[in-house]
Design a protein around this ligand. Structure first.
Ligand SMILES: [Zn+2]
Length: 305
């Protein structure tokens, strides 16, 4: 019965020809599917020149975009997590930390920096998504809290750039406690009458949204950033309803009154600067602040000790 037998051998798939284009020169934009030259993207702060899709950027690039002349001083650089729960999922947390530290060159998922932003002395905390999803563990909590306290010492505003999947589950309840700790520090900042601007980038979710990301005197988001508490799939399963189009995106949230502004990354620095000026920030460098004539700044260390 030759009918049911293949007499001819099927054509074997040939191995794909190696591309002659060197890798990393071009990227395909997920927004408009156009091919963009990488250098054009670099010049444009990683925003698609054709459709303004915002690519995710690292904490370092973020600081470079915000500080004058791309110049800043980093603080609390050496803090690391010591795996308090001895947690293991697909691999031990201790190992995961070690791998991520060697991959990213950072000790945890946030950089705290001081410098000037359009001539204004500021403290900036920028979160790094490449470090375990920008998750907030004890180190992120401690560093952000210290950053807020540093802002109070210097009598200058703070800007926190959020980019996070939420609390770090490998640190369990200890990571959840950071929400209260940072919120408490922000309340003290508020009592000290110093401004705080939250910048929400894609993604800002979980415990970060549920605490400091939404507590800014101004909450500014980047276009089309995903911002929410629980993910859309979990919500759909819980409420058994289809979610509306564009749910948990910046544009949806501003319509519902959850945000103050949606700002293009290329205008972010100017908007933050004018926001801070509106809230009374003065153009001084951090170095000159202790010598400032403002009586509060001079007496503060004395009253604390
Ligand atoms: Zn595009």
């Amino acid at each position: 019965m030759a009918w049911f037998k293949k007499t001819r051998k099927p054509i074997e798939p040939t191995g794909e020809k190696p591309s002659r284009v060197p890798e990393g020169l071009w990227v395909k934009c997920p927004g408009c599917t156009q091919i963009i030259y990488n250098k054009d993207l670099d010049k444009n702060q990683q925003v698609c020149p054709k459709c303004a899709h915002h690519f995710r950027i690292s904490a370092t690039d973020r600081l470079r975009a915000l500080f004058d002349d791309g110049d800043w001083t980093e603080h609390f650089k050496t803090l690391t997590s010591n795996d308090p729960l001895r947690f293991t999922d697909t691999k031990p947390y201790r190992q995961r930390l070690k791998d991520t530290i060697s991959k990213t060159g950072m000790k945890d998922a946030v950089i705290i920096a001081t410098g000037t932003l359009d001539g204004l002395a500021v403290v900036v905390a920028a979160m790094e998504y490449a470090f375990i999803g920008g998750s907030m563990g004890v180190v992120v909590g401690e560093k952000i809290t210290r950053a807020i306290e540093r802002a109070m010492d210097l009598r200058c505003p703070i800007v926190i750039v959020c980019c996070s999947g939420g609390a770090r589950m490998m640190e369990g309840a200890l990571s959840l406690m950071q929400m209260a700790k940072i919120s408490g520090a922000l309340a003290r900042l508020d009592r000290a009458r110093l401004p705080y601007i939250a910048v929400l980038t894609d993604p800002t979710t979980g415990g970060v949204t549920a605490s400091f990301a939404m507590l800014g005197d101004l909450n500014i988001a980047e276009p089309k950033a995903q911002i929410g508490f629980a993910g859309p799939r979990v919500i759909e399963q819980t409420i058994r309803q289809k979610l509306p189009e564009g749910f948990q995106r910046s544009e949806f949230l501003i319509e519902k009154g959850m945000l103050d502004l949606v700002v293009d990354r290329r205008e972010m620095k100017a908007v933050i600067a004018s926001g801070l000026r509106f809230m009374g920030a003065k153009g001084t460098s951090p170095a000159s602040v202790p010598a400032a004539t403002e009586p509060e700044a001079a007496t503060e260390p004395a009253t604390q000790s």
